[in-house]
Ligand binder design. Sequence first.
Ligand SMILES: Cc1cc2nc3c(=O)[nH]c(=O)nc-3n(C[C@H](O)[C@H](O)[C@H](O)COP(=O)(O)OP(=O)(O)OC[C@H]3O[C@@H](n4cnc5c(N)ncnc54)[C@H](O)[C@@H]3O)c2cc1C
Length: 414
Amino acid sequence: MSTSTSSQRIVVLGSSFAGLTAALEVRKHLDDGHEVVVIDPRDHFTFIPSLIWLPFGKRKAADVTFPLAPLYERKGIRYVEAAAASVDVSAHRVATTTGEVIDYDKLLVATGPRLAFEKVPGLGPDGGHTQSVCNLEHAEAAAAAWDRFLENPGPVVVGTAQGGSCFGASYEFLFNVHHRIRKAGLQDVAPVKFVTAEPFLGHFGLGGVGDSAKQVEKFLDRLGIEGIPNSSITEARDGTLVLDGGRELEFAFSMIVPPFTGVDAIRESDGLANPMGFVPIDERFRHPDHPDVYAAGVATAIAPPEDTEVPAGVPKTGQMSETMAKVAAENIVADVTGKGDHREMPISELSAICVLDAGNNGIIFKADNVLAHGRYADDATPSARVMAGPQAHWAKLAFERYFMSSRKRGMVAL
Ligand SMILES: Cc1cc2nc3c(=O)[nH]c(=O)nc-3n(C[C@H](O)[C@H](O)[C@H](O)COP(=O)(O)OP(=O)(O)OC[C@H]3O[C@@H](n4cnc5c(N)ncnc54)[C@H](O)[C@@H]3O)c2cc1C
C-alpha cells in the first residue's frame, strides 16, 4: 500500500471483466487518501460466458449475475450507477448521463463493445430477425425465441457477422444449440449451419490457435454441421439470412454475433478513440497521446495480426481483458505513488485460455503469445495446446463456479 500524500482520483469507466478487475486492483494497492470511482449504468456484474446457456433454461439471470454496489461499498470504491456521456481529455473530466461531472487524475476506459447490429440490415433482436447472447437482455430474449422454435422447429443458423470478434461465443452457442436439438430429437427437422467472417473455421480472429482449424473442422463434421467461413452477411430477413454472393439460408432460429465497435460516448469524445470507437494503447495499456488515460478489454484498439478478406476482429476474451486491466492497474498505481516499476506487455505476449463448451463435451484451447505473428511478430513464440472431450464441459462448469464466488468477494487473483 502506498503512503503518497497528494490525493488523486482514479475513475474507471465500465465495471465488467476489465473495469471490475482494474478498480479492485487499484484500490488494493493505493491507500485511502486516494479515491477510486467506478461508473457503469449496469448495477450488476454479469458472467457473460454463461449467457450461452440462458436460452435453454440451463441458467437464470440470478445464477450469472451479482450486484455491484455492496461489493464496491465493502471495498471503499465509489460506484456511480450511470453511463459516461463524454470524456474531456484536456480538462480530465467525465460527464455522466445523470448530469454529474467527475474530474479524474487517472482514467481507465473499460466500456467494452457497442453491438453494431445496424451495420447489417435486419440483424439483431431489437427490431431485427436474429437473436444475440451478447448481453443479459438479449440472452433472455433469445430464450423466448428458443421456446417459440421448439413449438415450431426448422433450420438453425448460428454465426458471427463481418466485423465481429467474439468467435468463441458463436462456436459455443452453436455446439450447445446442436446438443439441445439432439436432446429434443429434432435433428431431422432442424439442420444447423454456421456462418462466420473467419477465413477458415477455427481461425478465431487470431489466425488459428495450434491445430484449431483441424480440431474445429473435425468437431463440426462429427456433428453434421455445415460451416461457411469467409462469409459476409448482407441482410437478415424474417426467416432468411442472405450472404454476400446471394446465397440464402433459411432459419426458424438464428443467433448471430454482430459487428463490434467502441461505445458512442468514447467514440465521440475528442482525441480519445480511433474512428471505430476503440482506444489506442501502448505497451502499458496507456493512451499514446494522453498519459493519464488507460484502457483495457474490448474497449482497446487491437488490430488483427493479419488482414482477412472479410473483416474479422481480434477477440479480446474475458481472460485477456483481465490481464490488460491488471497491467493498466499496476501502471496507474506506479504513476500515482511514484513507486514501483511500470509494467509493459507487448500485444504479442497476451495469452488466451478458451473453453468451448458443447453441452456435454467441448474443446479447450490454451495459447501463449497468441498474437505473436503478422503485425505483432517479435521474439515471442506462439504455443498452444488444444484438447477436445467431455473435460471441456466440466472445466467450464468449474470455472463458472470459481469465477462467480471469487469475484463476488472482490478477489481477482486468477
Ligand atoms: C456469449 C459470450 C460468451 C463468451 N464466453 C467467453 C469465455 O468463455 N471466455 C472468455 O474469456 N471470454 C468470453 N467471452 C468474452 C468476454 O465476455 C469479454 O471478453 C468480456 O466481457 C470483455 O470484458 P470488458 O470488461 O472489456 O467489456 P464488457 O464485458 O462488455 O463490459 C463493458 C462494461 O462497460 C459498461 N459500459 C458501456 N458503456 C458505458 C459507458 N458509456 N459508461 C460507463 N460504462 C459503460 C457496460 O455496462 C459493461 O458493464 C464471451 C462473450 C460472449 C458475448
